[in-house]
Design a protein around this ligand. Structure first.
Ligand code: THU
Length: 160
């Protein structure tokens, strides 16, 4: 019997202005996408922006539905759009921003478990790490260098 540990390395930025200019731009795209979210049931808006290796940016936001489980998170709307439209490009980074009508979200909001699994599929497919930056509406931004930092022991195709 052995006890082992996994560690997660992450960077905290105090605000958007601490990001390099390309990432600042990516986060601004996520914020713009967030403002166009369709979230009439939760009033929780999320935007995601994906930077590709051809420098194109693909955005997405959460899309809700009266039949609740039919809705989809911002991160998956964005990454499936990138997969559908740019199947042969590498995803370099994803920026995420979340806000709520009920309260000011001033803490970083990480992607949900299902979105982590979905992002993981593309990281494995491209065999190149995806940087993830996430924030609330304001305040600190967390960065991880790879999805693997958010999803240790992830499920992948090697098990199939
Ligand atoms: N949501 C996202 O878009 N991304 C996440 O990672 C967490 C949750 C959305 C789904 C739903 O429309 C709303 O936020 C409340 O859960």
């Amino acid at each position: 019997m052995k006890t082992k540990k996994t560690t997660t390395e992450y960077i905290i930025y105090e605000g958007i202005e601490e990001l390099d200019s390309s990432t600042q731009n990516l986060m601004k795209e996520a914020i713009n996408a967030r403002k166009k979210a369709y979230a009439p049931y939760s009033n929780f808006n999320v935007g995601a922006a994906i930077l590709l290796d051809n420098n194109k940016i693909v955005t997405g936001n959460n899309q809700e539905n009266a039949a609740f489980p039919s809705g989809l998170c911002a991160e998956r709307v964005a990454i499936y759009s990138a997969g559908a439209n740019y199947p042969n490009n590498t995803i370099k980074s994803i920026a995420i921003s979340a806000s709520s009508i009920k309260q000011k979200i001033n803490k970083p909001v990480g992607p949900c478990g299902a979105c982590r699994q979905s992002i993981s599929e593309y990281e494995n497919k491209q065999n190149y790490p995806i940087e993830i930056y996430f924030m609330g509406e304001e305040g600190q931004i967390v960065k991880v260098n790879s999805l693997k930092d958010l999803l240790p022991f992830g499920f992948n195709s090697s098990f199939l």
